[in-house]
Design a protein around this ligand. Sequence first.
Ligand code: TRP
Length: 320
Amino acid sequence: MNDVVLTGDRPTGPLHLGHYFGSLANRVKLQDEHPMYVLVADYQVITDRDLPGEIQRNITGLLLDYLAVGIDPDKATIFQHSAIPELNQLLVPFLSLVSVAELGRNPTVKDEIAHSSQQAVSGLMFTYPVHQAADILFCKGTLVPVGKDQLPHVEVTRLVARRFNERYGEVFPLPEAMMGERPLLRGLDGGKMSKSRGNAIALSAGEAETAALIRKARTDADRLITYDETRRPEVANLLTLAGLCLGREPRDLAEEIGYGGAAALKSLVTEAVNDFLRPIRARRAELTESDARRILAEGNERAREQAIKTLQEVRTAMGF
Ligand code: TRP
C-alpha cells in the first residue's frame, strides 16, 4: 500500500497519556509502514482563543514529546503551519469549494463554539476545517489517524478533494480517517482527560508528580476492586490505565488486587505508569531544545518542497 499518513496536534500544552495511547503509539508504528507527516498545527491554536500564548515554548515542548515517545525524524516529517506559506495558500481555492451552510453544520465546530470562552466566534472557527483539508491534501495524505471528534474534518477534506477534482481535474486522492481501537482513557477525576482540567498525566511529568496525581485520583469506598465501567467508572479507568501501561487486561489486574481497596489499586497504577514513562523520560532528558528546533527546521524544509509542488499543480489545474 502506498498510503501517505498525515496527522497533527495543536501546540497548546504538554501531551499526556491520553494522547499517547490514543494516537502517539499508533504513529510510532505507522512511521515504519508509510511516509508520514506530523503537523505542529500552530496556526490552529488561535481558533478557540484570542492569542497564541506561549507558542514557542509549546512548539518546542511538543517536539520533545514527539521525539521522546519515539517519533523518528528520519522516518517522519515533522513540520509547522507557520513555516509553509504554500500550504496556507491552498486555503484560498479550497474555501471556494464549500458553502457557508456546510461550514455551519460541522458538529465539532458547533461543539467548540458551545464551549468557547471567546467573546465572539471568529471566521477562523468556521473555516479551520478547510485549512485542515489543506494540511491533509498538500502532501496528498490518504490516511489520517485521528480521534472521533476529527471525523467531520476528514469529511470536509474529502468534500474539498472531490469538488476540486470535479471542477479542475484529478489532483487529489480522497483521504480516509483511521480510528484507534484503544479504549478511551478518562482523566483521573473520571472526566475527559485534559491538561487544563488538571486530571491528566503529562508525558513530561516526573515520578513524584505522577504519584501525587494518582494519589488524588477519584475512586470509591468499596474495598473489593472490580472492573465495572458503568457502576465504577473511575476505578475502571485506573485499571484501564494500568492495563495499557502493563499490556495486561484490566479485569485480571482487578482480580489480583481483590480486597486491597483503592490504596492497593493506586500503588499498582503509580508503579505501572512510572515504569512505563521511565524510558520516555530518559529519552527526553537526552534531548535539548536546540535539537528540537533543528529537527523542526529540517522537517519544515521537506514539507515546504512538497507544498510548493502541490500548489503549482493546483494553480496549473485551475489555469492560473
Ligand atoms: N484539529 C487537530 C486537533 O485539534 C489538529 C490538526 C490540525 C490535525 N490539522 C490536522 C489533525 C490535520 C489531523 C489532520 O487535534
